[in-house]
Design a protein around this ligand. Structure first.
Ligand code: ATP
Ligand code: MG
Length: 647
């Protein structure tokens, strides 16, 4: 394979048309939008910029000096103003902005007016703590409204935030504080997780030994546990918020001023500090959110991601609030106090749009349909997924048991770096194929290239790239423009490389095959992990699978699979052979795994993505690579032990 294309093995012929009733009411009802955007891409984005309130208009849509882009040049705006003030001026002031559901079952509703007041007050608090425009603030909080309040307060005064997921360790927090040189840290006493308390403040204190840029720590009281407060440095949120003015004008920011830094999930290696700016980002997230989620005033929209990930930034905070939507925010885990918690939340708030991750869906599949079946999910009208390729069988399960075969599913492909959704169906327009993220969003130019930079023909696979800049794209890696240029733009000049492999089928539908780093090379055939894993998940007993390439004397690499079975399934002696045969039958003998290893859990990042590079280390008996973003170290340790004995 000199052109280094990727094999396209999986055939998926099921097609789901948008229901007529859905199409008739959809925000986008016709595919003309694609033609319009193709004919005049910058005109399309200029039009989308009208969704945003600008203090001063921009003068140029795009200034592209590869690999550096500036969008909406000269425009002035404020992200928090767009999420709050303009709604408070009109009837939305008493609309629910955030409906919060705590893990213990407490709940809180903040109207747009409430949120505007708290954000303005907290912005004044930050100012009083010495935070100026341009200073960085690190946020290390659970999924509570104060996380959104803190982000918006930073945006209001022009202080870029760096949100660090509350599940990260002290060391990971320290690295991220130091990289950003944050002046203030916002955290909480603790957070609830499966009924117990995670000691966030104690972690923060450990992190701060060796993070000297931080002058003040603001602590939100969430759990009521006893915590140490360092005099002169630490203050309680509820105390400093007392008697603070709720008047704080939103700082006019340049379109290209930094809105935030966010570190990637670290699935493939050391996290990168991705920089997003204000104007293009807000245009990108507001327009994608409105069209892809078909958002209406009366919708109750729930994105289950954590605000610590880009999905939480773009599709819990900035996109939905810019659109004046009602957002559900849930603090806890899906299995507390019972495995029906998500479905209970949907029933309670009559959630109409649910946006979650394949890892969650596969877990629900593993638990079985009885949990969603015990709740009323009839309020749902649209479903979404993000984070990993969704295996067709997991898609079908979601479609059937959660969406009752009534709700379109938007499978959205994007990255921390892209800031906004890049490939996705438009739910009133695009026929769906389970496992495919369908087509690029209007105004987004995606291409699959071979090593030489030639687009691969339909029906084959290669490197997934974006050939034209888009408004919400990352602008750089924080303080490391060389790493930005090398990581994303060094393969083909001026073309953004995503790190993912993909194929497109005869009808031009895109299928993400997995990370190129994870591609398995069997006798010169390059196989994406997604297709082999999907073939395994297609077997009725399998809930989840992770495939890797293991060194092989003859073939170069052989497929090895780590498989999690559905709950209650008995491991028969012949199951391994049956699964191998199933893969061979489904996608071809080439992809037949040499080894299958059963495991109750797979190693995942804290954002829930499978870390195949650690499985490769285990299978080849190497020392483990960077494990700082791993969710549960005991999973790899026990796998390593067992693999040594049995593997
Ligand atoms: P790092 O870049 O540090 O390894 P990461 O790539 O896991 O971390 P994210 O930016 O959170 O960090 O993840 C983006 C990646 O997630 C994409 O590149 C892709 O591999 C995967 N992904 C996200 N959504 C989808 C989707 N709908 N279909 C297929 N893959 C997806
Ligand atoms: Mg990545």
């Amino acid at each position: 394979m000199t052109e280094e294309r990727f094999e396209a093995l999986l055939q998926e012929n099921r097609l789901f048309q948008p229901p007529e009733s859905f199409q008739a009411q959809a925000n986008v009802q016709s595919s003309e939008i694609y033609d319009m955007a193709r004919a005049d891409r910058l005109g399309f984005w200029a039009k989308q910029s009208e969704r945003i309130t600008w203090f001063e208009p921009w003068t140029q849509v795009l200034d592209w000096q590869p690999p550096f882009a500036q969008w909406f040049v000269g425009g002035k705006l404020n992200a928090a103003y767009n999420c709050l003030d303009r709604h408070v001026e009109g009837w939305r002031r008493n609309k629910a902005a955030i409906i919060f559901e705590g893990e213990p079952g407490d709940s809180r509703v903040l109207t747009y007016q409430d949120l505007h007041r708290e954000v303005s007050q907290f912005a004044n608090v930050l100012k009083s703590l010495g935070v100026h425009k341009g200073d960085r603030v690190t946020i290390y909080l659970p999924m509570i409204p104060e996380a959104a309040i803190a982000m918006l307060a930073c945006a209001r005064i022009g202080a870029p935030h760096s949100v660090v997921f509350g599940g990260f360790s002290a060391e990971s927090l320290r690295d991220r504080i130091n990289d950003a040189e944050a002046k203030v840290l916002i955290t909480s006493d603790g957070s609830f997780r499966r009924g117990s308390v995670v000691q966030l403040k104690a972690n923060a204190d450990t992190a701060l030994k060796g993070a000297n840029s931080v002058e003040h720590v603001v602590v939100v009281k969430r759990t009521g546990i006893e915590v140490a407060m360092t005099a002169g440095r630490d203050v309680w949120y509820h105390e400093v918020m007392q008697d603070v003015s709720s008047v704080c004008p939103a700082e006019p920011m340049d379109a290209e001023d930094m809105l935030y830094i966010l570190y990637t999930s670290g699935t493939t290696g050391k996290p990168k500090g991705v920089v997003h700016t204000t104007g293009g980002y807000m245009v990108g997230v507001a327009s994608t959110h409105q069209m892809i989620f078909d958002i209406k005033e009366e919708d109750v929209y729930w994105c289950t991601a954590d605000v610590g990930w880009v999905t939480g930034h773009s599709y819990i905070v900035y996109g939905p609030l810019a659109n004046g939507s009602t957002v559900v925010m849930y603090e806890g885990s899906p299995d507390y106090p019972a495995k029906d918690r998500f479905w209970q939340v949907i029933e309670k708030y009559k959630v109409s749009i649910l946006y979650t991750a394949p890892t969650a869906i596969r877990t629900f599949m593993k638990w079985g349909p009885k949990y969603p079946q015990s709740r009323d999910l009839s309020s749902l009208r649209l479903l979404g997924t993000v984070g990993e390729p969704i295996n067709p069988e997991a898609w079908m399960w979601y479609y059937k048991y959660i969406g009752a075969e009534r709700c379109p599913i938007v499978d959205t492909w994007w990255q921390t770096e892209t800031g906004m959704i890049m490939m996705t169906p438009l739910p009133g327009v695009t026929p769906l194929k389970p496992g495919s993220c369908t087509v690029p969003f209007p105004g987004v130019e995606v291409e699959i290239l071979d090593r030489a930079g030639q687009p691969v023909p339909k029906g084959s696979g290669g490197y997934l790239t974006v050939s034209q800049p888009w408004p919400a794209m990352l602008r750089t890696v924080y303080r490391d423009p060389d790493r930005y240029a090398n990581t994303y733009f060094s393969n083909w000049p001026g073309i953004y490389f995503t790190g993912d492999g993909a194929k497109w089928d005869e009808e031009g539908y895109f299928w993400v095959l997995g990370r190129v780093d994870d591609v398995i090379n069997v006798s010169g055939h390059r196989i994406g992990t997604m297709e082999v894993e999907s073939a395994l998940v297609d077997h009725p007993m399998v809930a989840e699978a992770a495939c890797i390439g293991k060194n092989h004397e003859v073939k170069g690499q052989a497929v090895a699979a780590f498989v999690t079975l559905k709950e209650g399934v008995e491991v028969r002696d012949d199951l391994i052979d049956e699964l191998k045969a199933h893969v061979a039958k489904k996608i071809g003998a080439l992809a037949r795994p040499d080894d299958i290893f059963f495991t109750a859990e797979l190693p995942k990042t804290r954002s829930g993505k499978i870390m195949r590079r650690l499985l490769r280390d285990i299978a080849e008996g190497r020392a483990l690579g960077d494990t700082t973003t791993l969710a549960d170290a005991s999973v790899v340790n026990s796998l390593k032990e067992r693999y040594k004995e049995e593997g």
